[in-house]
Design a protein around this ligand. Structure first.
Ligand code: IMP
Length: 210
């Protein structure tokens, strides 16, 4: 991706490689987004940026939570940055757990989010679900949103040891394996996060040609 001076003027650089802060503490997300974006742009996690903060996600939509995270970091640093929020939307549960995906099972640590999901889907033949990611980019003080969706279904039991979150019970359309049975490259072939990241990259490319 070509990155002329005007695009990167608010991004910090090391050895001429532009960097963009990713407002997350989730190392899996950083790895997946970095792989999706490629190597012309270095993604910097909050930890790498020396920012120790856990940004709350109190809003009823992925969009509002993503905005909350990116604006918080933009106000703190004054730098261009982006965030993302992701939810698992299950058709027969009317889109649940959705924006509540991270807190689905509540505080009870003996019952995981996956346990709760499988319990709710017991006996269900319609297991259609999708992951939806919303990226909020703040560049030159303006916000831009990008959505990525991955359709698939919920398996009847967890399989695989890779990935994170709901990966062991989600199989994307076009594959019989769960995300947790795939390496990162294979997951990124299908994933919601990569699809949103593709749009982010396409947007940055458009700006770089102006
Ligand atoms: P958040 O975007 O970090 O708030 O994630 C919401 C919930 O969805 C958390 O429980 C995450 O572990 C889970 N989650 C987010 N992205 C993925 C993914 O790519 N695969 C599986 N679970 C995910």
């Amino acid at each position: 991706m070509g990155m002329p001076e005007d695009l990167v003027r608010n991004m910090s650089t090391t050895q001429h490689k532009p960097q963009l802060i990713f407002a997350t503490n989730n190392a899996h997300k950083v790895e997946e987004i970095q792989a999706a974006i490629g190597h012309q742009l270095e993604v910097i996690s909050l930890k790498q940026a020396g920012i120790d903060i856990d940004i709350p996600e109190p809003h009823p939509t992925l969009e509002a939570n993503a905005t909350e995270k990116s604006t918080t970091i933009h106000h703190l640093t004054g730098s261009d940055c982006f965030s993302e929020d992701t939810g698992l939307e299950v058709e027969v549960l009317n889109g649940e757990p959705g924006v509540k995906s991270a807190r689905y099972a509540g505080e009870d640590r003996s019952f995981s989010n996956i346990d709760k999901l499988l319990y709710k889907l017991q006996g269900q033949t319609n297991r259609k679900a999708r992951f939806r990611t919303v990226i909020s980019l703040i560049i030159d003080g303006q916000e831009h949103l990008f959505e990525g969706i991955c359709e698939g279904h919920i398996l009847t039991s967890p399989t695989g040891g890779q990935g994170f979150g709901y990966d062991p019970v989600f199989a994307p359309e076009g594959d019989t394996r769960s995300f947790a049975e795939m390496n990162m490259e294979e997951k990124n072939h299908y994933s919601h996060r990569r699809r949103a990241a593709d749009k982010l990259v396409a947007f940055l490319k458009t700006r770089s040609t102006h």
